[in-house]
Design a binder for this molecule. Structure first.
Ligand SMILES: *Cc1c(COP(=O)(O)O)cnc(C)c1O
Length: 360
């Protein structure tokens, strides 16, 4: 495997400054001292793996990413374990998904061991930035973009892969226990045959205008319907969605090519089974959702993803009607699953699936 060189930090953060910065954690505003950078050149492959100071990246104004958006990313967390070590949850799954995204965006694959090693290098250097388990975690953001200076339209021949890290607390402001969703009937996030199943920045760009509309309606997040019939629930801008019924079944929409295959979503299928629930992949329409919420067949709904873990949906608004889910206060199933999953992630419950990887 590629050897990493370490370039020294000119101004390491002092322990006092770090403690002050980490006293109240938000999401994605505070960053650690280091970053990893690896370069790719066609014909040469991956080279120049560096663990160095976090700093701006010089970029030619013709760099392909700035024009044609060849960019992918991942999101995973490193957690403080009870024995003081640091571990992350299924980083190999993020490595594999990163390469699936790379394929769709016509970008080179990064060897999975190099992906995991890059995270290990960064977390080892920035271990002091991993919050205590009761305060939060270290959010890791690996990403890759086309750096070649060329305005013609074809896959670029040069790329930069980076990893940065951010100590985080809760994803939603104010630690609210439920979120209000805006269901967009005007815009879609992804189309069949498009890039919806790839974790690329472009998908997020497409979600921001509807997100702004949702915020203007007093909502926290947008839920998107399918692009063809505008009928079937797909997912949120950055999280998958699950529905809990009064017979104990949990339903999530099947991966149809335009839904992002969440690692939380997949892991919950095992966690739910262990907690005595059956998770089914089944299409679910907006109209049925509204009806089930009103007739009481639907008990709970929640969003799931690495950043916000499991977040109950209290209320839904849209131009086709507003409704409350359960008593609007979240529910028992979401709480049970969250505790089970977070218990594994923080090393407080047995890791029977071999999901945890020690990093530092
Ligand atoms: C990242 C992401 C998710 C959640 O994936 P996890 O692996 O569970 O974090 C869901 N939907 C979209 C659009 C995403 O980008």
């Amino acid at each position: 495997m590629l050897e990493f060189t370490t370039s020294p930090l000119p101004n390491p953060t002092s322990p006092e400054e770090r403690a002050a910065a980490m006293a109240s954690l938000g999401f994605g505003t505070l960053f650690t001292d280091h970053m990893v950078t690896i370069r790719y050149t066609e014909g040469q492959g991956w080279h120049d793996a560096v663990l160095g100071p976090r700093q701006p990246i010089p970029l030619d104004p013709a760099a392909a990413v700035l024009h044609y958006a060849q960019e992918i990313f991942e999101g995973l967390k490193a957690y403080r374990m009870p024995d003081g070590s640091v571990a992350s949850f299924r980083p190999q799954a993020n490595a594999a998904r990163f390469n699936q995204s790379a394929t769709r965006l016509a970008m080179p694959h990064l060897p999975e061991e190099l992906f995991v090693e890059s995270i290990r290098q960064l977390v080892a250097a920035d271990a002091a930035w991993v919050p205590d388990a009761d305060k939060g975690s270290l959010y890791l953001r690996p990403f890759m973009f086309a750096s070649e200076a060329f305005l013609g339209v074809r896959p670029a021949r040069e790329y930069i892969y980076c990893v940065i890290a951010s100590p985080v607390g809760g994803y939603f402001k104010g630690g609210k226990s439920t979120v209000t969703l805006w269901v967009s009937h005007d815009y879609v996030r992804a189309v069949p045959g498009g890039t919806g199943a790839a974790k690329c920045g472009g998908n997020y760009a497409a979600s921001l205008q509807p997100q702004a509309q949702g915020i203007a309606q007093g909502c926290d997040q947008v839920l998107f319907l399918d692009a063809v019939e505008r009928k079937w629930v797909e997912e949120l801008g950055g999280m998958n969605v699950m529905f809990v019924f009064n017979d104990g079944t949990i339903v999530t929409p099947p991966l149809n090519g335009s839904i992002l295959p969440g690692i939380t979503r997949e892991s919950l299928s095992a966690v739910a089974a262990e907690a005595g629930y059956t998770l089914k992949e089944q299409p679910y329409s907006f109209d049925q959702w509204q009806e089930d919420a009103k007739n009481g067949r639907l008990k709970e709904a929640f969003a799931c993803g690495t950043a916000a873990v499991i977040t109950s949906i209290g209320e839904v608004r849209s131009t086709h009607g507003n409704f409350v889910i359960g008593n609007g206060d979240g529910g028992e199933v979401a709480r049970t699953l969250r505790e089970a999953l977070v218990g594994i992630q923080l090393g407080k419950r047995p890791d029977t699936h071999g999901w945890m990887t020690t990093l530092a």
